[in-house]
Design a protein. Structure first.
Lengths: 230, 211, 253
């Protein structure tokens, strides 16, 4: 038996993030599919509702937020599914390292892979939907603060349903109601900015929700994963 | 090292085992026997803390295992049915993350561990091109990489060829000789150069029924 | 007290205790509901603003309150199940979900019926209606999750975790919907007028009906829980004895 030196928690987290990014690199669909879903779904709204720029600017922030939220929900499948099926999840749950941080690292990498590209494209699509320039910055700040919360909440739902064979729509039923506050405050920030009102208070609220989600959701994810491998 | 007292488990209204007592020490091999569906895998998963639907007590170093989780996980290697190998990654990448996720630095030992299972030169081949037996070997190579006092192996010989089986047996015997505790299930007749304690789940249930 | 609490965790004891108190509870409920409804619907004078329409509040308000209360109750029992592994706690939590969902649905239906004469439309995106609707979604999610699991224990634990996640989120959701509503609508002044301003002949029957509906809720909850107990304990001796006894009694009659 070899007696190898121990690693600090920091390098454990870095190694986890590196693995997840490597996996995303090997199967680019995990990055591209949520992004394509976002792009196509956003395109459907002018086609279905009319290209009148006044109408579009009214719904722009809502459309961007709702499609982002749906893209995140659909992307959740790739977070635990493969690990559950190949048994890596069992090994993760048996790791002596604190599961809290391992899970946080996994969700963080998922955010980098699935959300960051959407965030980068969001301002362009907001402009295509005729969102006035004053609304762009609050939209991006809101997405930046809100999407990690959405990933963490989605991970709870995914962890609960990963052991079930057909879980796609069940996941939606479970987590979409929990997404409402982020949606409300995220779009609220844009409306406030367009009405020349300060939106920093709302941003602070989004930040508070993110902190709460970081503190509590890994515990719920861990509990849910233990149920799922049982 | 590991002790079970009065374990009871039922699943879907069927009692898998009851009043199961055993203890496992370093340098000892324990084979869990039983027919299909007798609860061998369930027992191993209960001991690993992956399954919590049981009654009775499990002790690790004479303390309730619930209070010893971290020490327990630090010292146990578990091999389940699934290989826990991601097919998009190479053996090297898989094992590197496995070590890291347990907080163990691999120190460049991975190629040696792979070579010990006859996979020298396969370090960077994606796992999806490897055969089931080769993937199994990658999975097994993990036990060379972490300092564990106890190995819990569920059907470790599955998918291995004759030579692989012999090599694994040698390795298991060496582990036990060095003071490791080994618990395993297998349908393959074990040929280890050391005494084997057998826990028969079918019999434990019958005895409990008759008493 | 603690001992008593843990004892109630035994399904058998829960069954026999409720056996004793259920008739009392039923009579209380019938009396409360009967007087309250008759008084409130037939004898209380009509409201000067809303006329006869406001009478639906006698059902609507208690249901809407209970919708929230039932969720809190479900979450508490879920916590009890997760922490102390009390099986009855899970059975009660399981019973809470469909009852809570029905109550929420009734609250929504009566709310929108009330909306037709007062607001001129059966649905507006009023803060209360909207958060009640979301409440219904949460219940539906929990019911769907439980039914998706084959294993009773896994389903129970998963639902317990989900209800706890829900109960942490519920105040945030409610707050966000209230905030959203003031942003988009301006606060609605169409709510029930202050209880303090109402004469006794309005709020006394409301009090009666409120407790009557609470009693009805408890009866439904207890009956469902007892049913669940019988199903899960069907292999135990006391359930077989009970069934044999019942068969004998019905045979005698």
């Amino acid at each position: 038996m070899m007696n190898n030196p121990r690693m600090g928690l920091g390098s454990v987290i870095v190694a986890t993030v590196r693995r997840e990014l490597l996996l995303a690199f090997r199967s680019p669909g995990d990055v591209i599919n949520p992004l394509m879903f976002f792009i196509i779904a956003v395109t459907l709204f002018p086609l279905g509702g009319g290209a009148d720029s006044e109408f579009l600017s009214g719904i722009a922030s809502g459309v961007i937020w709702v499609t982002t939220l749906l893209a995140i929900m659909f992307s959740m499948e790739s977070l635990f599914r493969a690990d559950y099926e190949d048994g890596s999840l069992e090994q993760l749950l048996m790791s002596p390292q604190p599961l809290y941080f391992l899970l946080l690292a996994k969700v963080l990498s998922h955010w980098l892979v699935a959300c960051l590209p959407i965030l980068i494209l969001a301002p362009f699509f907001a402009a295509m939907l005729a969102l006035p320039a004053a609304g762009i910055l609050p939209l991006i700040l809101g997405l930046l603060a809100g999407t990690p919360t959405l990933c963490l909440l989605g991970a709870i739902g995914m962890a609960l349903t990963v052991g079930l064979s057909r879980s796609g729509l069940l996941l939606a039923v479970l987590i979409l109601p929990l997404y409402i506050p982020v949606l409300v405050f995220g779009t609220g920030m844009v409306s406030a900015a367009l009405g020349s009102l300060p939106y920093t208070g709302l941003l602070a609220l989004m930040g508070a929700m993110l902190v709460l989600a970081i503190c509590l959701s890994p515990l719920a994810i861990a509990a849910a994963l233990r149920i799922s491998v049982n | 090292m590991l002790e079970a007292q009065g374990l009871f488990c039922e699943r879907d209204d069927r009692v898998l085992f009851q009043r199961l007592d055993f203890s496992l020490f370093g340098g000892q091999v324990m084979q869990i026997q039983g027919s299909n569906g007798s609860g061998k895998t369930t027992l191993l998963r209960i001991l690993c803390g992956l399954n919590t639907d049981y009654e009775g007590r499990i002790l690790w170093d004479n303390q309730p295992i619930q209070e010893m989780r971290t020490q327990f996980r630090d010292n146990v290697f578990f091999l389940g049915h699934a290989p826990a190998i991601n097919k998009s990654l190479s053996p090297l990448e898989n094992l590197r993350w496995f070590c890291a996720s347990r907080g163990v630095s691999d120190n460049g030992d991975i190629p040696a561990a792979l070579a010990a299972f006859g996979l020298a030169g396969y370090e960077d081949v994606p796992c999806y091109v490897m055969s089931a037996g080769q993937q199994r070997r990658v999975s097994l190579a993990r036990m060379k990489l972490i300092p564990a006092k106890m190995w819990i192996l569920d059907e470790p010989f599955t998918a291995l060829d004759k030579r692989g089986v012999a090599e694994l047996e040698t390795m298991l015997a060496a582990f036990v000789k060095e003071g490791g505790a080994l618990m395993l299930t297998t349908h393959h007749p074990l040929q280890l150069q050391c005494p084997i304690t057998v826990v028969d789940l079918d019999r434990s249930n019958d005895e409990a029924d008759n008493s | 007290m603690w001992q008593w609490f843990l004892q109630l965790g035994s399904p058998r004891l829960f069954y026999s205790m409720t056996d004793r108190y259920l008739p009392w509870l039923t009579w209380f409920t019938v009396i409360l509901l009967g007087t309250g409804l008759a008084w409130g619907l037939a004898f209380t004078p009509p409201d000067y603003q809303m006329g006869e329409n406001y009478r639906i509040a006698y059902i609507h308000v208690p249901m809407a309150t209970l919708a929230m209360g039932c969720y809190a109750m479900m979450a508490s029992f879920s916590a009890g199940y997760l922490i102390w592994k009390i099986k009855v706690a899970d059975m009660i939590a399981k019973a809470c979900a469909p009852i809570g969902a029905s109550i929420t649905a009734v609250a929504l239906a009566t709310g929108s019926l009330w909306g037709i004469p007062t607001w001129g439309t059966w649905w507006i995106w009023d803060a209360r209606l909207t958060s009640t609707l979301i409440m219904l979604f949460l219940y539906v999610g929990i019911i769907a999750l439980r039914s998706a699991f084959d294993s009773i224990d896994s389903g129970a634990r998963a639902c317990a975790v989900l209800s706890l996640v829900g109960v942490v989120n519920l105040p945030i959701i409610k707050y966000s919907v209230d905030w959203w509503n003031t942003l988009h609508q301006g606060a609605s002044n169409l709510s029930l007028s202050d209880t303090a301003a109402n004469p006794p002949e309005v709020w006394i029957p409301a009090f009666f009906v409120g407790f009557g509906i609470l009693g009805f809720f408890l009866i439904a909850l207890i009956l469902r829980t007892r049913n669940e107990i019988l199903i899960r304990e069907r292999r135990s001796q006391w359930v077989s004895d009970l069934v044999a006894n019942n068969m004998k009694e019905s045979g005698d009659a």
